[in-house]
Design a protein around this ligand. Structure first.
Ligand SMILES: [Zn+2]
Ligand SMILES: [Zn+2]
Length: 259
């Protein structure tokens, strides 16, 4: 990932509120299209310009050719708020985040997220590296649904990772039950992604605890009841894979002996 600065020069009469809301609309359109990562974009007003700090999935991410219709519209609206088209400066690689996938054409994708990710929830099946969402096709206007799903997934994962959980079991249930609203939404989004990109998309089903650790290694696929155990784990993370249900799974963390 790359750290970048986006500079919006003031070119006509404006006021702080108009400028702020035009910038916000533009950058949110980039976020929901996967061109900018994270939800925060600290912005400073410096005399004749506004300067935002952003994390990009790659150096090409902000090109206008990648914008959604919403993004192009928000770009046009900057002028009526007295702002010029933004100028981009790449400050360098972000040392704190994962590198985007190098594959021009991955074999398959995995929809996967964890609380501490600061990247796309779509991973390359071979490298497990995040695939920038703006590079993927969608039948919708942009990737907002997928990003909103990821926000909720991460929030629940964050809760269930805490030592003193405020929601004792419900966060974990949302993550690990196949038919929770969260997982239904996620699998639906994976199917849409698969159709729009003509590429297999697996959904990574989280497993934290089990009430039967002895049977955990031979548990059946929760989708079809079939056998789905892999001989070799995939990405050292997934012990199970069902091609019919497009599911990946792991032996519940609580049942794995500490190595
Ligand atoms: Zn790859
Ligand atoms: Zn299955």
């Amino acid at each position: 990932m790359y750290l970048a600065e986006l500079q919006f020069k003031v070119i006509a009469d404006t006021n702080f509120n108009r400028a702020e809301s035009a910038i916000r609309r533009y950058i949110e359109s980039l976020i929901f299209n996967g061109q900018v990562l994270g939800r925060e974009f600290p912005t400073a007003w410096q005399q004749d310009s506004f300067n935002c700090r952003l994390v990009l999935p790659d150096e090409q991410a902000l090109k206008q050719t990648h914008h959604s219709t919403k993004g192009l519209h928000a770009l046009q609206q900057l002028a009526s708020a007295g702002l010029a088209y933004p100028q981009q400066h790449i400050l360098g690689m972000d040392l704190m985040s994962q590198h985007s996938d190098p594959c021009p054409n991955a074999d398959f994708y995995i929809l996967y997220s964890r609380f501490n990710d600061t990247c796309s929830p779509v991973r390359c099946g071979e490298h497990f590296a995040p695939v920038p969402l703006y590079q993927l096709n969608t039948k919708a206007e942009d990737h907002e649904m997928l990003i909103r799903w990821q926000l909720q997934y991460q929030a629940l994962d964050e809760i269930q990772m805490q030592q003193t959980r405020v929601l004792v079991k419900s966060a974990e249930r949302s993550l690990q039950q196949l038919n929770s609203t969260l997982n239904k939404q996620g699998r639906q989004l994976a199917r849409q992604l698969e159709k729009a990109n003509n590429k297999t998309v697996y959904y990574a089903l989280y497993s934290g605890s089990s009430n039967n650790c002895e049977r955990e290694a031979v548990k059946p696929c929760p989708g079809c009841g079939g056998s789905w155990r892999l001989q070799q784990p995939l990405q050292q993370l997934f012990d199970f894979k069902c091609d019919n249900c497009r599911l990946l799974g792991n032996i519940a963390w609580d049942c794995q002996s500490p190595s």
